[in-house]
Design a protein around this ligand. Structure first.
Ligand code: DSN
Length: 417
């Protein structure tokens, strides 16, 4: 009997059940992934016992000889992977990571240009419900209504000249295309703003060399979470040019956070070591190939995708136009067949966020389990079939059995069969 099982059988059982859910179903939420056994081991280690306010070599408490080693490893590996001068690996997750950047450079009321949530941006990019949206003046840009997810950069330049942002922010959580960062850089240079890219979703694809790196376009600040395509524990990193290192570090600690989670930082170090290996490049390339294959299969089977496809790891489906089914019911239908996706607003969605018009689907986790294009075709067909038959419980039960049998062939890293 394990220590957990003995001490807290209820939590133990919930975790055991989650192992079954993760193994017998497939995770297609684009922001999720499966960490390796090594990452899991570091994350669950006794480093959770240690307070380590400050930074390597400059801590406020004693006993830091081991924490300094892991934090330095994480920082050095992040710098190598993203080709940047400085890395802060302490942000607890994506939202505080972005907040720390804003607080480093701005005063309340200052302006930031950021992408509208329904067009792909994130809550921390200025949505009025986020604290950031209340403290700073976010001017939010959208994609072109007719031009397949393109941003109108002439229009954005005009807006920037009128509003004089201090930060030009790009990045997304539900935008299925890629950016040319030089367009944003040109606008920021024109108005003397800092360039910031929130690559939370595609950090692993940049690290794997299959998507553009904003630093190659002269960007000042890049933020990324560590638990999505980077396949690490839940956390965030702020990467920047040397001239911003001090102000960023001070903003994270003591500005925003207290003691860093050293177990998480050690697991980030492990995930970054894994991302430096040649196999990770293959993984990243396969994530993109799988997304293309899944997108094509969905479209071939009657699913309307926002922007008509994908250039990254994710796609957004309009389930209302495709099946007269809102995103919440589509998510629930797919839960019934052991395929996990999330409900998703579409650009300028006429429906509310808890009952939006679409779902978001992505390939990072399925790719980690070793699935390739052929498997994506199967999954795409099951998704379309389930959505078409959303009111036929018998059919859904039949699909679920097929999905379960299929998934068992692809073990989840870190879960013993
Ligand atoms: N919750 C994350 C996502 O799913 O994209 C963003 O914060």
């Amino acid at each position: 009997m394990s220590a957990l099982q003995e001490t807290d059988p209820k939590v133990f059982q919930a975790i055991e059940n989650e192992k079954i859910r993760q193994s017998e179903g497939i995770e297609l939420i684009p922001s999720e992934n499966y960490v390796s056994a090594a990452v899991l081991e570091a994350n669950g280690s006794i480093l959770t016992n240690k307070y380590a306010e400050g930074y390597p070599g400059k801590r406020y408490y004693g006993g830091q000889e081991n924490t300094d080693i892991v934090e330095n490893l994480a920082r050095d590996r992040a710098k190598k992977l993203f080709k940047c001068d400085h890395a802060n690996v302490q942000p607890l997750s994506g939202s505080p990571m972005n907040q720390a950047v804003y607080m480093a450079f701005l005063k309340p009321g200052d302006t930031i240009l950021g992408m509208d949530l329904s067009h792909g941006g994130h809550l921390t990019h200025g949505h009025p419900v986020s604290h950031m949206g209340k403290i700073f003046n976010f001017v939010r840009y959208k994609t072109h209504p007719e031009n397949k997810g393109k941003i109108d950069f002439d229009e954005l330049m005009k807006v920037a000249k009128e509003t004089q942002p201090k930060i030009v922010l790009c990045g997304y959580t539900s935008y299925p295309r890629d950016y040319d960062y030089s367009d944003f850089k040109k606008i920021a240079d024109e108005v003397g703003a800092i360039t910031m890219a929130d690559v939370a979703h595609i950090g692993g694809l940049i690290a794997g060399g299959v998507m553009r790196n904003p630093f190659d376009y002269g960007f000042d600040i890049v933020t990324t979470t560590t638990h999505k395509t980077l396949r690490g524990p839940r956390g965030g990193m702020i990467l920047c040019k040397e001239k911003f290192a001090q102000i960023i570090d001070k903003s994270v600690f003591p500005g925003l956070q207290g003691g860093p989670h050293m177990n998480t930082i050690s697991a980030i170090a492990v995930a970054l070591e894994e991302a430096l290996q040649p196999e990770f490049k293959e993984y990243a390339a396969q994530v993109l190939k799988n997304a293309k294959a899944l997108a094509q299969t969905l479209m071939d089977n009657g699913v309307e995708l926002i922007t008509g496809g994908t250039d990254n790891h994710m796609m957004v489906a309009n389930t209302v136009s495709s099946f007269d089914l809102d995103g919440t019911d589509a998510e629930k239908t797919l839960d019934k067949v052991a395929i996990t996706v999330n409900k998703q607003v579409i650009p300028d969605d006429p429906k509310p966020p808890l009952r939006p018009s679409g779902i978001r689907i992505g390939t990072p986790a399925a790719t980690t389990r070793g699935m390739k294009e052929e498997e994506m075709k199967k999954l795409g067909k099951w998704i379309a079939e389930a959505l078409k038959n959303h009111d036929n419980e018998e059919k859904l039960a039949e699909i679920k059995e097929q999905v379960k049998t299929f998934c068992k062939k692809y073990p989840v890293p870190g879960i013993k069969a």
